[in-house]
Ligand binder design. Structure first.
Ligand code: SF4
Length: 365
């Protein structure tokens, strides 16, 4: 049996669900937060919430890399594009709303905005057109930041600069842990990010916040086992960090990728859509690479933007305080083909995932 099928085995899923039911509290509910769009996809697509007892809730935190980019940084990219500079970005970023328009709107108005699949594609584009200025809008968590760092350390063409909007996950988890009204009881830590950063950055959650934390993979059994492990820790009264995804995640993470990030970026305070400013959560270009900073090269710096538009509840969806179907615009004014808020745009956005799978939630397991 291949690995995918092994971790999607319905009989095993039901057996873990039974164990979860036995450990689930009878009265006081347990709230577990994951912070990864791929986890939300797995949970929604495979109908995992349907397998959980009523007293066990799994909520989606800020795990969508395009959803959390604040409007002010999209406004900066739009402004740069409006100056006649070619802005390159991942396809998911095109439709994410800024304060007044998205990059797709700017493109429709005549700006040169191009989709790339990697920072390396932006480098190649810039090399092919040395007479044009290019900017790569670098977004994403610790999973994509190393690839931006590699390009910056390489032989960059003089006509390319970077609008760096990378964020790191653990500070956002800390913020959620400290939100008293969120009442979290545990974290499912993101598998992809953990392959890069390893386990150590999560130790703070059981140690300082008493929150069981389990790094989990992306197959249904991974997620179910993550939930089971958290409930077991709660039951034993012994919060700790566990690695359910040991087939991929090592304690030390990807040391080479960490070194690359440290070489190119320093930590800065950063805004997150829906979360405000989080201390030391943004990667900023180090002094020695300031020449590649699109802000200074193109004289653009926008401090404030409009993150939520009328009626949109993205600021609550991103922190798991609301569910997509609680938004009055969900699947009415806001749909995948015509999104109003950021969470309906990216493939890892909670609203988009719910919208795409809502009629199929319980068919797989
Ligand atoms: S359904 Fe649309 S408008 Fe409502 S929270 Fe989600 S993205 Fe925002």
């Amino acid at each position: 049996m291949d690995e995918k099928r092994r971790f999607r085995n319905p009989d095993l899923a039901r057996r873990i669900a039974e164990k979860i039911s036995k450990l689930a509290p009878r009265e006081k509910p347990v709230k577990i937060c994951h912070v990864c769009g791929t986890h939300e996809w797995t949970i929604t697509h495979f109908g995992i919430r349907n397998l959980l007892p009523q007293t066990v809730e799994v909520i989606a935190g800020p795990g969508c890399p395009v959803c959390i980019v604040p409007a002010s940084e999209i406004d900066e990219a739009v402004k740069i594009a409006e100056k006649g500079i070619t802005v390159t970005c991942f396809g998911d970023m095109l439709r994410v709303p800024g304060s007044t328009m998205s990059l797709l709107d700017a493109k429709a108005n005549g700006a040169d905005v191009r989709v790339v699949y990697s920072a390396g594609d932006a480098v190649k584009m810039a090399e092919k057109s040395p007479d044009r200025e290019f900017v790569f809008f670098a977004i994403g968590f610790e999973t994509t930041a190393p690839s931006t760092a590699v390009e910056i350390l390489g032989n960059l063409p003089r006509n390319l600069s970077f609008l760096v909007s990378h964020r790191v996950i653990p500070p956002a988890m800390k913020l959620l842990a400290e939100m008293r009204d969120l009442n979290l009881n545990g974290f499912i830590a993101p598998g992809h990010v953990s392959t890069v950063i390893g386990l150590v950055p999560y130790e703070v959650f059981p140690q300082d916040y008493g929150l069981p934390t389990v790094v989990a993979g992306f197959e249904p059994l991974d997620v179910l086992f993550g939930v089971y492990a958290i409930l077991k820790q709660i039951h034993e009264g012994r919060p700790r960090l566990e690695n359910e995804y040991s087939r991929v995640v090592r304690r030390e993470g990807n040391v080479k990728a960490q070194k690359l990030m440290k070489q190119v970026f320093s930590m800065a305070d950063g805004k997150w859509r829906g979360l405000g400013t989080i201390a030391s959560s943004k990667l900023a270009l180090r002094e020695e690479y300031a020449v590649y900073d699109a802000h200074t090269r193109h004289g653009v710096c926008i401090a404030e933007g409009v993150d939520s538009h009328s009626g949109c509840m993205c600021h609550l969806i991103i922190i798991g305080k609301s569910k997509p179907n609680e938004c009055p615009l969900f699947l009415k004014a806001c749909r995948p083909e015509k999104p109003v808020g950021a969470c309906m745009v990216g493939i890892e956005g909670t609203c988009r995932i719910w919208a795409k799978t809502i009629n199929r939630q319980s068919h797989v397991l």
